[in-house]
Design a protein around this ligand. Sequence first.
Ligand code: G4P
Ligand code: MG
Length: 185
Amino acid sequence: MEKGQAAPGLYNPSMEKYHFTYQNIHKTAKSMADRVKASGFDPDVIVAIGSGGFIPARIIRTYLGKPILAVGIAYYDAHDKPTEVPRKVQWIEEAERKLSGKKILLIDEVDDSRATLEYCIRELMSHHPAGIAVAVLHNKDKPKKGSIPEEVALYIAGEELPDVWIVYPWDAQDIDAHDAAAKSR
Ligand code: G4P
Ligand code: MG
């Protein structure tokens, strides 16, 4: 498995695929920002889970105007062997100190197994933030391995999807072919 690819076992070529364009993603991210505003949860900081959360977080920043901190989680070890348990690959200690007493909006692109999300939420909670809200572009309707801790003040999924394979524009080798595939759906 190359770094940056999804964890093994997740992708199955026979799965139905949904392609989303940058335009789709931007509009979904705006709707998420609108829902955060309407909820009354006023985050101090956005935490983006890399790498899929980076672009949605940046778009949401356009609407909420909050700084972004980035964290990275991996399911492979130092020898590129898959691991069962996630590990932190980029977790800025300075950022951890900055999170104490702050309201965090945690952003990722997809809530699939929920394992990464739960791991990140629990890590963030250990730094005593004032509150955590979670926002993902897409939530898949499927049995989850992880759960959203009850301390989470708000959970927003931009779109609810069946258990399909989502093809994101940032993974496209040929963005025009990707957009054509998105339009043909
Ligand atoms: P979760 O807690 O957010 O549900 O994530 P989970 O650990 O189940 O997902 C493992 C990896 O698989 C994540 O990538 C996630 O983004 C990716 N993934 C899951 N479903 C899909 C899908 O339908 N389409 C695509 N393109 N990716 C999917 P990661 O290891 O964090 O890598 P990345 O974010 O750097 O791409
Ligand atoms: Mg991801």
